[in-house]
Write a protein that binds this ligand. Sequence first.
Ligand SMILES: [Zn+2]
Length: 249
Amino acid sequence: MPDGVVKNSSPLRWHNTPLKKILSEYVSCHITICRHIHVKAFVLDTFSDVWARPIIFHTTIGHGVGGALIIDGKIMFGDKGLMGEIGHIVVEPNGPLCGCGNRGCLESLISGPALAERIKNDIKNGVNTCLVNMIKKNDSIKDIIQLWGTAIRKGDNYALKIRNLVGEYFGHIIAITVICYDPNTIILDGYVTEQCSDYLSEKIKEKIKTEVCGVEARDIRIITAVKEEEAYFAKIAAKAALWELIQKT
Ligand SMILES: [Zn+2]
């Protein structure tokens, strides 16, 4: 983000937060404020042959939902660093309140926190699922999502119903991005996506087939992002900052 101001972070509930200015009071080095998905896309894809592909849309479903567009090896930031914010496309106008202030954004329906909340509420309301005996009181959002993945693999009907709902919403939005950006590579990333990446990949293909024009002429590869630990991203974020400097020169 060129001015170092975080316009909106739904998971953190930050709005117009001057993060660069705040951090500069504590550290004296160069600071670059980047969306998480931009750093992930840069880190993961530059070290693979994927980066050579002309138009990549790198998506994630984790604490938030987002996307990064990479054209000819260059991440497209947009005017304010907000390009690819697909998590804030409204899919249910009267849906749950999103951290951005709108209702029914994709993120408010299928992000890790949204799904964990839904699962906990449904269990409270007596839904029939093996998750009742699997989820413990102090489980984190990531724990709950991983258990949901286990329930999917066990064939639990409720877990599959939630998976299908994620596929329906996400597939539809990815079909829209295909119309807008015409990518030839779509990368699936994030701890929610990890639980059902094969299913999501097939669902996206189905949605592209039924909702996108000119399908015959398109050659879209859908792949799963390489899994790395968050500490790895922290280390490599420095490289992203350097890369931003290089882009400016
Ligand atoms: Zn939103």
